[in-house]
Write a protein that binds this ligand. Structure first.
Ligand SMILES: Nc1ncnc2c1ncn2[C@@H]1O[C@H](COP(=O)(O)OP(=O)(O)OP(=O)(O)O)[C@@H](O)[C@H]1O
Ligand SMILES: [Mg+2]
Length: 197
């Protein structure tokens, strides 16, 4: 297909077979793609608005996949379905269901036992799920929205201040990816700070 995408710092490139899942024939640049995706994400956020969601629902594989589908299903055929290709980040594709289940179980345990403060539970969840990399693309935006959902629906806190999508190639993105890499090493302060300005 004729779409050539330019990736910014810390983005996951798409495989040819994944690019074939594009539903909108008129897209020819990364910028147009970003705009379509953003519009789709806003529909998912509108769906979430005012909706009461409990931990048992949010922390289920069905909800995690359904949310991805609501965010990207208008643009990509594979939205809401686990990745089958290898990426430079994330577990091997065949380990995704189990890795996600372990994360969901761990998060339920953190909630029940107050293992970490509310923001830290949401940020640890966000970082673990993006590290699994469940989907071919959109994992970062999906992980940030799930953290927002945990903050708002479970803890009654304001959503985080990173917004649904980070602008590409700017200073904020570099700080974000650097904070994510510190979190890889178990240092949470930068990502917690980045998430709430
Ligand atoms: N070293 C890393 N450790 C953990 N997560 C990482 C690392 N590098 C990048 N990431 C995560 O991968 C995400 C990018 O994955 P992907 O391209 O699937 O998401 P996206 O929603 O398309 O992009 P973005 O997050 O840039 O909006 C980043 O948001 C970041 O959270
Ligand atoms: Mg991406």
């Amino acid at each position: 297909m004729g779409l050539t995408l330019k990736y910014s710092y810390g983005e996951t490139p798409l495989e040819e077979e994944e690019l074939e899942g594009l539903k909108i024939a008129s897209v020819s640049t990364k910028r147009e793609l970003d705009e379509w995706e953003q519009k789709n994400i806003e529909e998912a956020i509108a769906w979430l608005y005012g909706r009461r969601l409990k931990a048992a629902r949010i922390l289920s594989p069905d909800f995690i996949c359904d949310l991805h589908k609501r965010m990207f299903g208008g643009v990509w055929k594979w939205a809401g379905r686990f990745r089958t290709t290898k990426k430079n980040l994330g577990v091997p594709a065949y380990e995704i269901p189990l890795a996600l289940k372990i994360l969901l179980d761990d998060t339920r345990y953190w909630l029940e036992n107050g293992t970490y403060p509310p923001d830290e539970i949401a940020i640890r969840f966000k970082h673990r799920i993006v590290s699994i990399h469940c989907f071919p693309n959109g994992n970062g935006r999906h992980s940030r929205l799930t953290a927002d959902i945990l903050a708002e629906k479970l803890f009654g806190l304001p959503v985080f201040t990173w917004g649904a999508s980070l602008p590409a190639a700017d200073e904020a993105r570099k700080r974000y990816i650097d904070a994510v890499r510190q979190a890889d090493r178990g240092q949470w302060e930068s990502l917690l700070g980045f998430a709430r300005l």
